[in-house]
Design a protein around this ligand. Structure first.
Ligand code: AMP
Length: 575
């Protein structure tokens, strides 16, 4: 095996000329600065395709799922086109999203990208006290990211004025329609100026989305990121699996997976330089021998890293896509996607690092539950199944470690020259039983294989929710406005109670308040926001009273029907 560094590691990726950089897309300097400081090395495919037409003011219809980088694909051009230092306080951009969670996430992205432009960004959604939103709107904003229900409330109150809008974005439009927001979206678009730019992103393109686009978009550019063609050369000799894991547990999950898989050498792909540096440090802290590889390093630094990997003094390479392009390391047995890659093509490139020349490789993807759909897209495009497995438990890990020790001892028995050690065993058997001597020796061998910090914490399992509507912060409409639930909101922790009946069963907020106050000691003032979706409702109540509310509602009927009542799963997840 050749352990010396190869002088042919690419200084510049072979296909660099074909790959537009962010600067080539014509974005202003403040945005390029923000992208550099975030460690984004190159635009994702959707960004490459969507940013130029959006900068030119065209309407756009894009098919792309979460994880493709679609937020930056629309946020960057909107920020680029935003007039700086406006005196006017009415928003120039409105982004409509299906959930509270996404409203917060998208507005954070706008903040990050637009920090040097002084962009004023406001998320508005049901469940948050309306007073705070009123004050913020009153101070003036550039970009509003809203769930449709709450946006319409503000429009009706005259607190959200759409007269200055240059662009409206409908993000995750299919989800918004699934959640029954079609009428709200129509009503909002009616209030927007006729000459505005309209952008629609959707993971799927059912006829209803096409209809919406036909009605509200003018001569849109169409972009489809999931190309329905098999990608040539998708490596068949690669075992592919994925684990669903919450973001906070990813480093532990990576450690667990590596311990169980025990790769000879693995490459872990991250999205940005920052993540590469952070993860390398974390993994070294956990006792792995990790090296970073990204586009910000000189060729000399990269050669050194590759040399250490080939020589076996490092066994984990943490890299960005750009840096790893063209890499060919014979020892690599495992590819880990620390995040789901932004496009199926990039997945295929990544897993192509292993399983070469007839050798078998393993590709593992750590996906957050919300990225599950992107996994499905990758499966469809590559025509290969990605098995979604449970994160190995502590017990699984122990079992696996024993197996590895047993295999190592077995191998030694079959292959090694053990004679030099005979004297030690013989002298010990004067004092101890032979079995005891063997046990002690195996134990020493076993312990020598454990990483620096043995990781014995269970990693929580997370599931993809079967019902898309049951997502955090699903916002139908908070009709209670700022009046109700003062106590629930002002002091103490609150809990969301899930009730399995919604608009379709004719449930209105007053029915829920009536049922709760009639069955429990809880008063109307204790009840916080009420969100009613098509098939379920969420009610915010003080945590201390949640059990009483649940018991009370389980024992009664709402609109003459029995309903499933429980703590909202997301609420418990978030704690
Ligand atoms: P999205 O599909 O918009 O939810 O984005 C998925 C993730 O990719 C987010 O965490 C972004 O911060 C990240 N991201 C977006 N564009 C890039 C890029 N060009 N390079 C690296 N990371 C990116």
């Amino acid at each position: 095996m050749d352990a010396a560094p190869t002088p042919t590691d690419p200084a510049i990726p072979a296909d660099a000329e074909d790959t537009a950089a962010f600067a080539d897309l014509g974005l202003r300097a403040e945005l390029l600065g923000a992208l550099t400081s975030l460690g984004y090395e190159e635009p994702t495919p959707i960004q490459r395709e969507a940013i130029p037409p959006l900068l030119a003011g065209q309407d756009l219809l894009g098919q792309a799922a979460t994880g493709t980088g679609k937020t930056a694909a629309f946020a960057l051009p909107l920020l680029h086109r935003m007039p700086v230092g406006r005196a006017d306080g009415d928003p120039v951009s409105l982004v409509l999203v299906p959930t509270r969670e996404l409203a917060v996430q998208v507005s954070e992205a706008f903040h990050r990208y637009g920090k040097d432009l002084g962009a004023r960004v406001l998320p508005i959604y049901g469940g948050q006290p309306i007073g705070r939103q009123l004050r913020a709107l009153d101070h003036g904003v550039d970009v509003v990211v809203a769930t449709p229900g709450r946006a319409l409330d503000h429009i009706a109150r005259g607190t959200l004025r759409l007269g200055s809008l240059a662009t409206v974005v409908l993000d995750e439009a299919d989800e918004m329609l699934d959640m029954g927001f079609a009428e709200d979206i129509e009503a909002i678009l009616e209030h927007a100026p006729a000459g505005r730019q309209t952008v629609l992103f959707s993971a799927t393109m059912p006829a209803r989305i096409d209809g919406l686009a036909r009605q509200h978009l003018t001569d849109p550019v169409r972009i489809q990121i999931e190309r329905e063609r098999p990608v040539a050369g998708a490596a068949p000799r690669v075992r592919q699996s994925a684990y669903l894991v919450a973001r906070a547990h990813k480093p532990a999950a990576l450690g667990r997976v590596l311990d169980v898989e025990s790769p000879t050498a693995a490459i872990v792909f991250c999205r940005s330089r920052e993540e590469v540096d952070r993860l390398t440090e974390t993994m070294n802290g956990r006792g792995y021998r990790a090296e970073a590889l990204h586009g910000g390093m000189s060729q000399e630094q990269r050669d050194r890293v590759m040399g250490r990997l080939r020589a076996g003094t490092a066994d984990l390479l943490v890299a960005t896509d750009v840096a790893a392009r063209g890499l060919d390391v014979e020892q690599l047995t495992h590819v880990v996607n620390y995040d789901v890659p932004s496009a199926p093509e990039s997945y295929v490139h990544r897993i192509g690092r292993v399983g070469r020349a007839g050798r078998e490789g393993v590709a593992i993807t750590l996906a957050e539950p919300r990225e599950h759909r992107m996994l499905k897209t990758i499966e469809r495009v590559t025509g290969q199944r990605i098995a979604v497995d449970k994160i190995p438990t502590v017990a699984d890990l122990r079992t696996r470690r024993f197996e590895l020790t047993q295999a190592a001892v077995r191998e030694s028995l079959l292959e090694d020259d053990l004679e030099p050690f005979r004297a030690i065993v013989e002298s010990l058997t004067d004092e101890f039983d032979l079995m005891e001597v063997a046990l002690a020796a195996v134990r020493l061998a076993h312990e020598a294989t454990l990483p620096g910090t043995a990781d014995e914490e269970e990693i929580p399992q997370v599931a993809v929710r079967p019902n898309r509507e049951a997502r955090p912060g699903y916002d139908s409409r908070d009709r209670r406005g700022g009046g109700g639930g003062a106590r629930a909101r002002a002091g103490g922790a609150t809990t969301q109670v899930f009730i399995g009946l919604g608009r379709r069963a004719g449930v209105r907020p007053q029915d829920l308040v009536g049922a709760i106050t009639g069955e429990t000691r809880v008063s109307g003032r204790d009840i916080g926001s009420i969100e009613i979706a098509d098939r379920f409702a969420l009610v915010e109540v003080p945590q201390a009273l949640a059990d009483e509310v649940i018991q009370g509602l389980r024992g009664s009927t709402i609109k003459g029907r029995k309903a499933t009542v429980r703590r909202d799963r997301d609420d418990t997840d978030r704690r």
